[in-house]
Design a binder for this molecule. Sequence first.
Ligand code: FES
Length: 181
Amino acid sequence: MSDPVDVTVDTDDESESVRIHDDGGEVEAGDATVRFSFSSTSDDGQAADGNDEQSPDGNDDGEDPCRIAELDSVPTDSTLVFEARNGRRGVNCILHRSGDAVAAWRNSCPHQPEVPLDPGRGAIVRGDQLVCHKHGAQFEPDDGVCTHGPCAGDALDSIEVSVRDGDVYLTDERFERAERR
Ligand code: FES
């Protein structure tokens, strides 16, 4: 499969989204687990799977696969999108910097989880708060708690990252590597 596919499963009280890069995967939401697979052939008729390409972001060059970005390149007035990957499973995430502190969250608004805080052009930051572009929920830049808006009191889903030697690394044990688009 050449292009990733976003899959969202909605249950009565939960919505879970994953990005699938490979030929299959699964999504868990509430008590439900949805598994699926894709079969495809390349233009020359050969099976497209089983032939992993080099990582497009150069992670096969000996660099730590969990490195996300240089600290200085993480915006304070917006967000940087990356993907936390574990095998076939990918979670779209955002990174934000306040001074020398960085925080990362799943790129999903607690009010409507299918809505990304960063739709691709960077999330809105007003004052020091992240703002959802859809209904204006505001989130603290450190713990991701919503201070105002339709999901006040809820929090963004935190992803663990840390800074080492001027670079930001994904350190969340749920994932094995980070990718930038
Ligand atoms: S979807 Fe984010 S505030 Fe409604």
